[in-house]
Design a protein around this ligand. Structure first.
Ligand code: ATP
Length: 233
């Protein structure tokens, strides 16, 4: 079964077209990367996937169900969770409050506060700290933990490792592997190949709002020079 499909999607900001017939698909339990340079349309596509950007044309399928006209909260109930680039931590809430707020989505499943604490022990240590006191890595863990508490089938991660120190990046990669091993499909957005090559089975490259390449990770490695030129700034 396919967890998420976007098919031939057009998205506009006012009169400016930001996606041109873009298609992507993520199978149940798969890790897929969407790679592209700054302004290529990566966040626009993620926001189209979760209903924050309406589709002017095209189709959105979630678990085989036509969800083209659904609103973000309906898509959340169907099992899509989005971890945005700016992480959207509530600064005036504690770590624990930031997490439990996600449970109002009402989807139950294996991801509980306890399970999130097992995955990210640091969040338990810091559970009474204010959201505004967290390091970049802790913020990212919190944002991912919050997404998991909605018990998604597919987790969308927008540049999760951006600006983080190499050791933190390694531990996040390990955490994403563990999340995926529990059966959560992942759509990972990145500007370079480093993390996608380590995590994803399939890769999509976007430029100027159009998908310009897709293939397996092995195929990406075989075409690495060409792909690097498609994403270089
Ligand atoms: P980045 O790596 O910087 O996050 P991106 O690949 O995610 O880049 P998008 O943010 O999706 O790129 O932007 C794609 C295009 O849409 C860009 O030309 C951008 O200027 C434009 N755009 C994005 N958001 C808006 C908006 N809210 N209103 C108007 N134009 C927008």
């Amino acid at each position: 079964m396919t967890a998420l499909v976007l098919k031939d999607c057009d998205v506009f900001y006012g009169k400016a077209q930001a996606l041109h017939g873009a298609s992507i698909d993520v199978a149940d339990g798969e890790v897929v990367s969407l790679i592209g340079r700054n302004g290529a349309g990566k966040s626009t596509l993620l926001k189209a996937a979760i209903g924050l950007n309406p589709l002017a044309r095209g189709q959105r399928l979630v678990g085989g169900v036509d969800a083209s006209a659904m609103k973000p909260y309906e898509l959340g109930r169907l099992g899509i969770a989005f971890v945005p680039e700016n992480r959207r931590i509530f600064p005036n809430l504690t770590v624990e409050e930031n997490l439990t707020i996600a449970t109002v989505m009402g989807r139950t499943g294996p991801w509980t506060l306890k399970r999130v604490h097992q995955l990210f022990p640091r969040l338990e240590e810091r559970r009474l700290s204010g959201g505004d006191t967290l390091s970049g890595g802790e913020q990212q863990m919190l944002a991912i933990g919050r997404g998991l508490l909605t018990n998604p089938k597919v987790l969308l991660l927008d540049e999760p490792t951006e600006g983080l120190a190499p050791l933190i990046v390694e531990s996040l990669i390990e955490a994403i592997r563990m999340i995926n091993a529990e059966g959560v499909a992942i759509l990972l957005v990145e500007q370079n190949l480093r993390v996608p090559l380590k995590l994803a089975q399939r890769q999509f490259v976007i430029d100027n709002g159009r998908m310009v390449w897709s293939g397996t990770t092995g195929e990406l490695q075989a075409n690495r020079e060409r792909i690097e030129s498609l994403i270089s700034v």
